[in-house]
Design a protein around this ligand. Structure first.
Ligand code: OGA
Ligand code: NI
Length: 405
């Protein structure tokens, strides 16, 4: 398929969609974006090769020993975290935690455990997984390789500086709106699949083992993602290959965002990552083994995730909510920071093929269960967060179908 065809298809899929103006999403902006897409002088997705203003590396701010954070990082009072993390002492977080599931037990046929994962997907969209088959040494090696990378001087990393058109590389913001409030993190974004997008030259070359370790880590996480897909599919009451087929079969995609949250002098004013749901399929997160920070929105509170040693934290993205016609929920989450310890996390995203229409599975649709979402490609869907940045669950909530009036 050439580029022109691709744009035509994307435009066709988008034309069918009604976006309600809610939580800051507005139709005019979407139209502007679609106009941009037919303008071949711009990048294909209309996001451009340049950020709207000079990039501020959070690491540089953290290392300059400021007494406070710049205004751009100060959230309005209603969005500030109401408590700060106390390292190694979280009695409240221990009391309520997200469900823990044992993958080995599910794979050996334990129905009760399979039921727990199903519950977790419907209720929270979040769970921790243990006995997942990925070697703890590989997990630690991947995390420590990235930690070393982020400890390089900022100048050494600028060679990998990213742009909004693909987000690949070293970055410090999500969204391209000039003057937007910023989050307290730097990150690195890279692609694993499809292989045509996997470009080791865009991965860091230091520390010397990083490419090799990250490559193996990616392969293992793809296998884990495939196993989870089968379980989640079967828990919807459909064939266990159904979800994977809807992801484009073998042509699904996979990428990773490594987050670096430096120490923050005023953690009560800022956020490491603002509330959002992940736009894609399944996120498999390797949290920092030393420092908590991830919080899940549940009911009207934020639950701090207290990850077990060697566990992965799994959460469902918006494409899972769409494909399951809202039987599964994508989860709203955020990250808080602290003044005592930096934090490193690896978020691996198992996503659909990016240019095929994603819509509720046919098998889940009936006259009493009409489709809640119209078709849209993941490329198109992801433009919301890549343009406007993290905005809670507003994108998936706005993406409702008018099929039944
Ligand atoms: C993300 C994310 C959580 C974390 O990268 O989308 O939610 O703990 N990360 O860093
Ligand atoms: Ni996330």
């Amino acid at each position: 398929m050439n580029n022109q065809d691709k744009i035509m298809i994307e435009k066709e899929t988008t034309d069918k969609i009604e976006i309600k103006s809610k939580n800051g999403l507005n139709e005019q902006e979407l139209e502007v974006k679609m106009d941009n897409m037919s303008d071949l002088n711009k990048t294909t997705n209309g996001l451009g090769e340049k950020w709207p203003e000079p990039i501020i590396r959070v690491q540089s701010l953290a290392e300059s020993n400021l007494a406070t954070v710049p205004d751009r990082f100060i959230k309005p009072p209603s969005q500030r975290p109401n408590e700060t993390i106390t390292i190694n002492n979280q009695p409240e977080a221990a009391a309520i935690n997200i469900p823990v599931v044992d993958l080995r037990s599910i794979l050996s046929g334990n129905q009760e455990e399979k039921e727990r994962i199903s519950e977790a997907c419907r209720e929270f969209g979040f769970f921790q997984v243990i006995n997942h088959g990925v070697r703890p040494e590989l997990m630690a090696a991947a995390r420590e390789a990235w930690r070393s990378f982020f400890h390089l001087p900022v100048e050494a990393k600028e060679a990998y500086s990213n742009s909004p058109s693909t987000y690949e590389g070293y970055g410090s913001r999500l969204g391209v709106e000039k003057g937007a409030l910023l989050d307290w993190n730097d990150y690195y974004f890279l692609n694993f699949l499809p292989l045509a997008l996997k470009d080791l030259n865009k991965w860091p070359s230091l520390p010397s083992n990083i490419r090799e370790v990250v490559d193996e880590y990616g392969e293992e996480l793809v296998k884990l993602g495939e196993r989870l897909m089968r379980i989640l599919s079967s828990n919807l009451g459909v064939n266990e290959e159904q979800l994977q087929e809807a992801f484009g079969g073998e042509d699904f995609s996979a990428c990773m965002r490594v987050n670096y949250y430096p120490k923050c002098p005023r953690p009560e004013l800022a956020l490491g990552l603002s509330p959002h749901s992940d736009p894609g399929g399944i996120t498999i997160l390797l949290p920092d083994d030393q420092v908590a920070g991830l919080q899940v929105h549940h009911g009207d509170t934020w639950i701090t995730v207290n990850a077990l040693p060697n566990a992965f934290v799994v959460n469902l993205g918006d494409q899972m909510q769409i494909l399951s016609n809202s039987i599964y929920k994508s989860s709203e989450h955020r990250v808080i920071v602290n003044s005592q310890k930096e934090r490193v996390s690896l978020a691996f995203f198992y996503n659909p093929k990016s240019d095929i229409p994603i819509q509720p599975l046919e098998q889940l649709i009936s006259s009493t269960n009409p489709p809640l979402y119209p078709p849209m490609s993941y490329d198109q869907y992801r433009l919301f967060i890549r343009t406007h940045g993290p905005r809670g669950k507003s994108y998936v909530e706005s993406h409702v179908s008018l099929v039944n009036g």
